[in-house]
Design a binder for this molecule. Structure first.
Ligand code: MG
Ligand code: MG
Length: 255
């Protein structure tokens, strides 16, 4: 599959889609507290997207699958990394929760995620959140025209490993815009100078997934939830960005 270069009009539509995703994540951030059920968070996301005239990108995905994703957002708590299904689980003080949402608007898909603490969390958990979020910013900083995908991957990996933590190998970022997953795949690890060259008009979702412990994962019997095999904590931050002549533009920056 070829990388899709978007026109200015297409990037503008994606920007509008991203603004809906931003509102969803801001509302979720405000709603996270001990005692809240993850399905209540999903309801907030679904209502926000509907009110803004968008469509949930994850719901029913992938089409034709025997196990389509049954909700608007994915939630992942503590040792859960990504793709968890919202349900009756109640958030507890000290949890860390990762929330990921995708919105379709005017035919364009935006995709972003963040992790946060529920109430007071341990210094170790806070450090994990900080390293993961900052590694995303390092990846974005490297997303300039003429750099290659490998330079972005390497920037993320180097930052994480310089803090004694690890990146997951089997999941990563991706092109995004006309559909939820476009080329190229963007690993959170790799060699500089490798892979496709970045060009203005490319739109990407960068998403480091980071853990202090063993980075081995498995998928639970629900066909979706990805967890750490060693039961350790993990975190996930994601932005949809556009590569412009002047450098990267973060389309899903939270207010
Ligand atoms: Mg996502
Ligand atoms: Mg993504």
């Amino acid at each position: 599959m070829a990388i899709i270069i978007k026109s200015h009009a297409e990037i503008q539509a994606l920007r509008e889609s991203a603004q809906i995703n931003v509102e969803v994540l801001c509302r979720l951030r405000d709603a996270v507290r001990p005692g809240v059920k993850t399905k209540e968070l999903d309801k907030i996301a679904a209502e926000t997207i509907a009110r803004r005239g968008g469509k949930a990108a994850f719901l029913g995905h992938p089409k034709g699958s025997p196990h389509p994703f049954p909700a608007t957002i994915t939630v992942a708590i503590n040792e859960q990394l990504v793709h968890g299904i919202p349900d009756e689980r109640v958030l507890v003080e000290g949890d860390i929760i990762s929330l990921d949402c995708g919105t379709i608007y005017k035919g364009f898909v935006s995709d972003s995620a963040f992790s946060m603490g529920v109430g007071k969390i341990s210094p170790e958990a806070q450090c994990l959140l900080d390293v993961t979020e900052n590694s995303l910013l390092k990846g974005i900083e490297a997303s300039v025209p003429s750099n290659r995908i490998g330079d972005v991957s390497r920037a993320i990996q180097m930052y994480v490993e310089s803090h004694g933590m690890h990146v997951v190998r089997e999941y990563g970022g991706h092109g995004v815009g006309r559909s939820m997953w476009e080329d190229p795949h963007i690993p959170n690890w790799g060699d500089p100078g490798r892979g496709n060259r970045l060009k203005p008009g490319m739109t990407l979702a960068l998403e480091p997934m980071v853990m202090p412990g063993d980075p081995t994962t498995k998928v639970l019997d629900d066909h979706w939830t990805v967890v750490m095999v060693d039961g350790g904590l993990c975190a996930h931050f994601e932005h949809t960005i556009a590569i412009t002549e002047n450098g990267p533009e973060i389309l899903t920056k939270l207010d």
